[in-house]
Design a protein around this ligand. Structure first.
Ligand code: CA
Length: 244
């Protein structure tokens, strides 16, 4: 007699759990920022909805099943911290990342009292928000995933050590962030604009050639004798890290 029982593979179960799309609500009244965050989180595989004022954000946070809330501090209709206090009473465990234009200590203390899980000061790069979202959406795989690897490159996100084919590679902070973004999206074409907002932030001058410059730095550092760097240029489309 054969059985068709599914394999009891803890790792596979964890993979399935991690790949479950998370529901994220963004409450942000500035359309450009809301759009930037929404597109980025969708690209990370999450289900995203957006509210543009305090009362609508509060209603949706309370009525919908939301795994994580990204909440702007200054909102029309009802202040972000007042919204946060109302939500905290009903949903004490929901992670809330507060976006604030102000970096003052007093403001942070007030926000933490109101129950913010984390803070991000505007302007921020998408990778900074993505890292916090990953940290607060704890799943078995995500909490283990401190290493990224593709194309012979391995990156330890905690020690910030990078190597290619076992040879250590020394990167600046921005080079590290850029390479991390490539490693999270192997074999995908990433446009200049995607890389710019992921690593440098949405308010960066779109005319800048900083992406080209940093891709050049990465290529130089990742090249080994007989092994060119695995980052391809797709003319007028973008760049791709090819995992050969
Ligand atoms: Ca605002």
């Amino acid at each position: 007699m054969t059985t068709t029982e599914p394999p009891r593979d803890g790792h596979a179960a964890a993979e399935r759990l991690a790949s479950r799309s998370m529901r994220i609500l963004i409450v942000e009244d500035e359309p450009a920022i809301a759009d930037f965050v929404e597109r980025g989180l969708r690209a990370e595989g999450h289900a995203v909805e957006v509210a543009y004022d305090g009362p609508d954000g509060e209603r949706r946070a309370l009525e919908s099943e939301i795994d994580l809330l990204v909440l702007d501090r200054m909102l029309p209709g009802k202040d972000g911290l007042a919204v946060l206090r109302a939500i905290r009473e009903a949903k004490p465990a929901m992670p809330v990342i507060v976006l604030t234009a102000r970096a003052e200590v007093a403001d942070r203390v007030e926000g933490l009292d109101a129950g913010a899980t984390d803070y991000l000061v505007k302007p921020f790069a998408f990778e900074e928000l993505a890292a916090r979202v990953r940290a607060h959406l704890r799943t078995p795989v995500q909490s283990r995933a401190t290493e990224l690897a593709a194309a012979g490159i391995s990156m330890d996100l905690l020690s910030r050590e990078v190597s290619r084919d076992g040879t250590p590679v020394h990167l600046s902070a921005k080079e590290f962030d850029l390479l991390a973004h490539f490693l999270r999206h192997p074999n995908q074409v990433l446009s200049r604009e995607q890389l710019l907002s992921a690593v440098w932030g949405y308010d960066f001058d779109p005319q800048t050639n900083i992406v080209e410059v940093y891709v050049g730095y990465l290529r130089r550092k990742l090249s080994l004798p007989g092994r060119p760097a695995p980052i391809d240029t797709l003319r007028s489309v973008g760049y791709r890290l090819t995992d050969r």
